[in-house]
Design a protein around this ligand. Structure first.
Ligand code: FA5
Length: 369
């Protein structure tokens, strides 16, 4: 260095302007950063300085005029400036975060027990489930135990062991939802009869008495779709097996059930009907709960179509064939069974004209219960 003239150390004009520009920017950003009250405002200032169209870009444009010999010096200046900006930015960011934490800690404690500002109504059971629980409770009071049953079922348990002939229309591909050959979505809750009676047969073989009183409720599936039929609906199944059970007990249980559900004195009638797994079989009707005999309202009653009766269930004495298929001895045991549409009971209970309303989950509908 000793041999060089002092004039050669003087920066070129372009470099001086860069130095001055950086110094001015330095003063400005330090003041601006310090004045930022929040993280977003700090980030905005940072972008205003270093962003593509930021203030630094204008200063960098001057680099073009800096002589080659001074370029390294100019580059070091700019890099030093950027590094300083980042240091100050991080420091201010940390200061803002700790100030926010401090404010939080010093603020009045948040009271978790305060009521929310959004008034969310309390939930309640869906009308079908409310009716299901009511029906199950009635049968539990009458001495029945509840049992579960799967919705995906073997053809064997849903049809074959219930003595459906292979060509019965219900077993048709058009009437049931098949998962794969031999497996389907159950079309009724009567599959639980097969499962529970097969388990009973094992207990009987081990020496237990052949006694069983079971109710089971759940979803069932059919290719049905109109005002009163839905592809998914709910049934409750009940059955009682013992030595010497008669149709009188079936009538007694369903009459007691109807009185508990619809009130004392509710009449019940049995109409002969056919189901492959019962013999004899019947449909159960209860006296219309919307109109009264000898009342002019009956002629106009659309619910019972002026007949005075509402169908609620299918029922009958368990077919000997079903006992044989499940391993019970039809010479020793007899029993009755019934199956009821829960959605129908809910529709009657609440005066719901279209079954689909039950499954559309429209809050305006559901809020009415
Ligand atoms: C049966 O499902 C028999 N398993 C009932 C039974 C059990 C009979 C035990 C004898 C002994 P059914 O197909 O009739 O029977 O249906 C019973 C009830 O389910 C009907 O009375 C009706 O209330 C209801 N139901 C039938 N199909 C639909 C549907 N698509 N949508 C809503 N409810 C339905």
């Amino acid at each position: 260095m000793s041999g060089e003239s002092p004039a050669s150390d003087e920066p070129s004009e372009a470099l001086s302007r860069i130095e001055q520009g950086l110094a001015a920017l330095g003063d400005r950003f330090r003041e601006a950063f310090a004045a930022c009250p929040t993280e977003p405002s700090l980030r905005a200032e940072h972008a205003k300085l270093l962003g593509k169209k930021g203030d630094l870009t204008a200063v960098l444009a001057l680099l073009r005029d800096v002589p080659a010999t001074e370029r390294p010096r100019a580059g070091a200046l700019v890099n030093g400036f950027k590094a300083e900006v980042e240091r100050e930015f991080e420091a201010r960011l940390a200061a803002l975060a700790s100030a926010a934490l401090e404010a939080d800690l010093n603020a009045r404690p948040f009271d978790l027990t305060l009521p929310g500002r959004l008034a969310l109504g309390r939930g309640h059971p869906h009308p079908v489930l409310a009716v299901r629980d009511e029906l199950l409770a009635i049968f539990r009071d009458l001495g029945f135990q509840t049992a579960p049953g799967p919705e995906i079922e073997l053809e064997e348990n849903n049809f074959t062991k219930l003595a459906f002939p292979p060509d019965h229309p219900a077993t048709d591909m058009q009437d049931s939802f098949w998962i794969k050959p031999g497996v389907l979505l159950r079309t009724h809750t009567s599959n639980v009869q097969v499962r529970e009676m097969s388990a009973l047969a094992e207990r009987v073989r081990a020496g237990a008495s052949p006694r069983l009183a079971v109710v089971s409720a759940g979803a069932v599936y059919r290719r049905d779709d109109d005002l009163t039929h839905s592809p998914m609906f709910h049934q409750i199944e009940g059955f009682l097996v013992d030595e010497r059970v008669s149709m009188a007990e079936l009538k007694g249980v369903l009459a007691a059930f109807a009185e508990r559900l619809y009130g004392p004195g509710t009449p019940v009638r049995f109409r002969p009907s056919y189901f492959p797994f019962v013999e004899p079989g019947a449909e159960v009707d209860v006296g219309c709960v919307f109109c009264k005999p000898n009342d002019p309202s009956r002629a106009a009653c659309r619910v019972c179509k002026a007949t005075g009766w509402l169908e609620i269930a299918g029922c009958g004495m368990i077919h000997p064939e079903v006992f044989r298929h499940t391993g019970l001895d039809p010479e020793r045991v007899t029993g009755f069974a019934f199956g009821m549409g829960i959605d129908r009971v809910a529709m009657l209970r609440y005066g719901i004209p279209n079954i689909r309303l039950l499954f559309e989950n429209d809050p305006r509908f559901l809020a009415q219960f």
